[in-house]
Ligand binder design. Structure first.
Ligand code: DGY
Length: 323
């Protein structure tokens, strides 16, 4: 008999097709995550689970999952999973690193350019008919934004995605500062980045881009004090996790001009709604789509399947989190 896997949302078909040879697969077909009570019921029976960021995998859930041996997260971040508890119970946890690095860095850079050059405001101006109504074809002072080429970027978190962001910045002739828990000398040399302390990074950067995982150390990392250190012309980009930034402080910073703008793909809770933030014209917002390319999402599905198949064959899954 094949082991059972429950996949908590529809993922690209390539992943499911690979899995079907080794597993008895059940996919939750609804767009929204399975309600907690459904998930608690499902895990009673399964050997494996494919999870998303919005599935809370905590002690209560693990306690009620006697057969569960592997949780394959369909994401690189896994702050929704109590990895310590899983490890204690001998349950493997895997994630999907590498395959979404470029897609996420591309989106971070798109947000950076979009905020700097006021792309969303400009689009709305044309689309709404305001441009035609105003009757001004071109004006030297219309929709001025900030230069990107040759400016300084500060990258907070110099892992895979942070480094990919730095490579993009290099193409824009930028000076690259980074801050990370540990110095990354090899990558630093290859890319041409400078390791600095957080305060220097915040004070000297024209763009600050966040690429840290969410954990106890990074939760609330960017608050009032940090935002006040930034230049009034600086732009903050967050494609990491919403809770890394204190949203209240950020709104204050944007309203009072401590910083010039922000590009946000992630929020303290998701889905997100905040009128005060949404009224601001100096922000560009996206609904957590960092890895949302056909290529990345298919590669993530394949990696999830590879992890589960390795496990089914008695091998160590390739991208194990709890080594
Ligand atoms: C991740 O992988 O952690 C992203 O936030 C979702 O793609």
């Amino acid at each position: 008999m094949k082991p059972k896997v429950f996949i908590t949302r529809q993922i690209p078909d390539n992943g499911v097709e690979l899995l079907e040879k080794y597993y008895d697969v059940e996919v939750w077909g609804e767009e929204k995550e399975p309600p907690r009570e459904v998930l608690l019921e499902k895990v009673k029976e399964v050997d494996a689970l494919v999870t998303l960021l919005s599935d809370k995998i905590d002690r209560e859930l693990l306690e009620g999952a006697p057969k569960l041996r592997i949780i394959a997260q369909y994401a690189v971040g896994y702050d929704n999973i109590d990895v310590k508890e899983a490890t204690k119970r001998g349950i493997y946890v895997t994630n999907t690193p590498d395959v979404l690095t470029d897609a996420t860095a591309d989106l971070a850079f798109a947000l950076l350019l979009g905020v700097a050059r006021r792309l969303v405001e400009a689009d709305e101006f044309v689309r709404s008919g305001e441009w035609k109504k105003r009757g001004v074809a071109w004006h030297p002072l219309m929709y001025l934004g900030y230069d990107v080429y040759g400016k300084t970027i500060g990258i907070i978190g110099f892992g895979r995605i942070g480094q990919a962001m730095a490579k993009r910045a290099k193409g824009f002739g930028m000076r690259i500062l980074y801050w990370n828990r540990t110095r990354k000398e090899k990558a630093e040399k290859e890319i041409g980045a400078e390791f600095v302390d957080l305060e220097t990074l915040l004070k000297e950067s024209d763009f600050v881009s966040l690429h840290v995982p969410l954990n106890e150390e990074t939760s609330g990392l960017i608050g009032e004090q940090e935002l006040k250190m930034m230049k009034p012309t600086a732009i903050l980009i967050n494609t990491a996790r919403g809770k890394v930034v204190d949203t209240k402080a950020l709104i204050k910073a944007l309203k009072e001009g401590w910083i010039a703008g922000a590009g946000l793909d992630v929020f303290e809770e998701e889905p997100y709604y905040n009128e005060e933030l949404f009224k601001l014209s100096n922000v560009v917002l996206a609904p957590h789509i960092g890895s949302a390319t056909y290529g990345a999402r298919e590669a993530m599905a394949e990696l999830v399947a590879r992890n589960l198949i390795a496990f089914a064959k008695g091998e160590v899954p390739p991208t194990l989190v709890n080594r």
